[in-house]
Design a protein around this ligand. Sequence first.
Ligand SMILES: *Cc1c(COP(=O)(O)O)cnc(C)c1O
Length: 383
Amino acid sequence: MAKKLRFNSATIHGGQQPDKAYGSVMPPIYQTSTYAQTTPGEHQGYEYSRTHNPTRTALERSIASIENAKHGLAFASGMAAMDTVLKLFKPGDEIISTDDLYGGSYRLMTQIFDKYGLKIHFVNMEKPDTVTQFLNDKTRLIWVETPTNPMMKVVDIQAIAALGKAHNALVAVDNTFASPYLQQPLDLGADIVLHSATKYLAGHSDTVLGLLVVNDDALQEKLAFIQNSGGGVPGPMDCFLTLRGIKTLHLRMQRHCENGAAVAIYLQHHPKIEKVYWPGLVDHPNHEVAKKQMNAFGGMLSFVPRGGDLQTSMSIVENLKLFILAESLGGVESLAGHPASMTHASIPKAVREKSGVVDGLIRLSVGIEDVQDLIEDLDQAIA
Ligand SMILES: *Cc1c(COP(=O)(O)O)cnc(C)c1O
């Protein structure tokens, strides 16, 4: 067994070794669907690329290494990964989910899996005790997203994991917003971690990919069975791009966090801004939990201009010149979004507003540019 690497080294070397064929330092892009067998059933561990592919294996080992996990599984997208998790369950099973969550996750649960008989309760998890009210002997999964999207609520993973353990329910954490640089949910007691690697892990807005990590061998086998049966797997090129992204995760995240802090403080002091949601602010309602479970506070934040009306927010996002108006997040470039009309349009207005996603809300994914350029851009757009 090799020595366990520290995080920054693991992003570069974790689970990796030079390729056996020619010593290639970077994992080759094995663009192949099938593998030669010497006699029927005799092969070198690979038969067909829906089941396994060496570039995908390299990525699965890499993510396992930086999440302190035993197993990693890669998928065509974050949603394909979540789809696989939800297929562990059967009609009648119940799930308790964070209420303020990624719009696509909400859609998958309410418009696809609802039809197959899964009963899903959406709960504000800022106070873990609230979850207790919904736990019963049919509860199979607690789905946590933290920090939440787009309200930046922080859920106490350790407290929820303890509830899950006590009630024999699995606990899954969507770790997309934090990335393993900021928090490692398995170490806090979670059973499954999901990533939309499309965001911080790949990090360059150039690929769509999903990942899961788990420690339990039986759970890994079940997930791999569904993965291979359903086939929502990534191609080797996307695995390669994600592996390349992970190598600089620690450097990018450090700058995302610094720039996120500077932008949050700038907005907090701006007379035309009413509210700023960033877990690093001491007056953020979950700041203490964030301090406990995260290494820093990330580059995602949301804010509401004074008055909070649709018109003002629309004109701010339209007047931004350096921030690009686009869905998604976690890339090197700064993006601005208007959740009510973009990422969260699939959530009914009443449900949306109950969790704080008002029409005036603007979400920023603060990139790694010179922060003064970002602040000047916001300044002219808000003016
Ligand atoms: C983007 C995102 C997803 C979905 O991932 P895809 O790769 O787009 O399928 C899930 N959860 C969160 C928090 C996300 O931001």
